[in-house]
Design a protein around this ligand. Structure first.
Ligand code: NAD
Length: 484
């Protein structure tokens, strides 16, 4: 089957922070893959803009090395890479001063789609937005892309939204959450709203609970100073896990359009109940044979910041009354695995004699590794010997049916950047969503700060602190195993 791709128009994409880690690791290798798959129109241009004083040729060299390192197998295509690099340009720029802005103004065209990727610290967003206007580079059609962290609490998020709103309309702002760019996350919406099978069961009559796990094996690495001021709640739950929860819990939007989808997500966030402190478990990883402890990593022996959090949430509306959402995320865990599990209720009564096992349908949506979905169903164990039941996964990845190229693992970033160029905001967070998420998060953080809550220790390479297991056990449930 040949992939159908929605074409993109000619564009100028300026990447502020074009020499930074994110640009080199994700954005440019992703754009290279889009170029190779023929999605970058003739005449599209990518302009790196950053503090370093270098020529366009030196920049191309830097990006060639980045693509070789992070671009996957496709980076071996020498001709493709040369072609891609020809679309690249560079302007040294001072976000806080005047240097470089005239040169940028001379390069950016006004008669094609314009996008400005703010891959810099949020403290520079206001400077960039202002200078794009005073130098008459941006216009009323331009799009800007901003990265997390989008504030560290409601107040700072409001301030950041306010700063951007001084220069850009909400319809021009693309707040990126790369979890929303994942194939499976989009497939979740297709499965929910494109089939008659699931939606009638998607409520408190048939679902027992939902689990969302985002487990990482890495520690805080070189981001210690930043991470210690943030913690798992701000770094992961307020944005990524919250977005996943919204897609699971939202009502069917009237159409698959940006505001229709985001209105429904917003309603979910607003319906989230405050979480009782007994339903939150925070943890910090201990040292192990293959790495230092969290406190050593962040060089703060008295840190109370969490590198792990598990919590039980409730959404107060008719659909979800009584259905807990268990969220869990952490660093230095036993596997790198992100998964949403929709766990159906037990059968009220089994007609099969001697069937003591508890058979449950589970829809597991894997974000990594091996993006895909499977539905655990109960069938008869094949062969003679009586009626014995067994649970098997019904693989819904459908790789065979669709062909590999259709579901190739295009990185989330590159899909989202192409959506920016197409002007499709559906998979980007709206300002009010971000603020509502902080409004729910802030009191929880304030609560544990006021209590001087000390995170529980957990063994690196484990599934988190014992108390997180207890959070589920107390409810007669258990976490799914972290694989990967
Ligand atoms: P980085 O420190 O590696 O790069 C920063 C970039 O900003 C450099 O290109 C630098 O030249 C430029 N810059 C800094 N000050 C400037 C100035 N005054 N004028 C012009 N350019 C200036 O940062 P990064 O890791 O690439 O992160 C960029 C943004 O993306 C940050 O907001 C970060 O929080 C966010 N982010 C990064 C990652 C990641 O994986 N690196 C993931 C998610 C979000």
């Amino acid at each position: 089957m040949v992939a159908r791709v929605i074409p993109v128009e000619e564009f100028d994409l300026v990447i502020f922070g074009g020499t930074g880690d994110l640009a080199r690791r994700k954005i440019l290798p992703g754009l290279f893959r889009r170029y190779r798959s023929g999605q970058m129109p003739e005449g599209a241009r990518i302009i790196g803009a950053a503090r370093s004083d270098m020529s366009a040729d030196e920049y191309r060299q830097m990006i060639a090395e980045a693509v070789a390192e992070f671009g996957g197998e496709e980076s071996a295509d020498k001709d493709g890479l040369d072609g891609f690099l020809r679309n690249l340009d560079y302007v040294p720029i001072d976000a806080k001063g005047t240097g470089g802005w005239d040169a940028l103004a001379a390069k950016v065209r006004q008669d094609v789609v314009q996008a400005f990727y703010f891959s810099v610290a949020p403290s520079l967003f206001g400077d960039l937005a202002e200078r794009l206007h005073t130098n008459r580079i941006a216009n009323s059609e331009s799009r800007i892309v901003v990265e997390k962290p989008f504030g560290r609490d409601l107040e700072s998020a409001r301030a950041l939204n306010g700063t951007l709103a001084e220069h850009f309309d909400e319809s021009q702002i693309y707040r990126i959450d790369h979890y929303l760019g994942k194939e499976t996350v989009q497939n979740l919406m297709a499965v929910r709203f494109g089939n008659v099978l699931f939606e009638p069961l998607w409520n408190n009559h048939y679902l027992d609970h939902i689990q969302i796990t985002v487990a990482e094996t890495v520690g805080v690495g070189g981001r210690g100073a930043y991470y210690d001021k943030s913690g798992a709640m701000r770094d992961m739950v307020q944005n990524h896990l919250m977005q996943l929860l919204c897609l699971i819990a939202m009502e069917p939007p009237s159409k698959f359009g940006a505001d229709a989808v985001r209105d429904e997500k917003l309603k979910v966030i607003r319906a989230l109940e405050p979480v009782d402190s007994h339903h939150i478990v925070r943890g910090q990883y201990d040292e192990s044979s293959d790495g230092p402890s969290y406190r050593e990593d962040v060089e703060n022996p008295r840190s109370f910041t969490e590198s792990f959090i598990a919590m039980r949430c409730h959404i107060s509306n008719w659909r979800w009354a009584g259905v807990p959402f268990y969220l869990r995320t952490g660093k230095r865990m036993k596997g790198r695995s992100s998964e949403i599990a929709v766990v159906f209720k037990d059968l009220g009564h089994s007609i099969f004699e001697g069937d003591e096992a508890r058979h449950r349908n589970i829809l597991a949506i894997r974000l990594q590794p091996n993006e895909g979905m499977d539905l655990q169903v109960t069938i008869k164990e094949p062969g003679p010997g009586g009626m014995r039941l067994v649970d098997v996964p019904l693989d819904m990845t459908f790789a065979d049916a669709l062909g590999d190229h259709e579901i190739e693992e295009a990185d989330a970033y590159e899909r989202l950047i192409m959506d920016v160029i197409r002007g499709n905001q559906t998979l980007f967070m709206r300002g009010d969503e971000v603020e509502a998420a902080w409004q729910w998060t802030d009191p929880l953080i304030a609560g544990w700060e006021a209590r001087n809550d000390v995170p529980k220790h957990y063994e690196a390479g484990s599934a988190g602190p014992e108390d997180a297991m207890m959070l589920m056990h107390r409810d007669g449930r258990r976490w799914r195993e972290i694989k990967g």
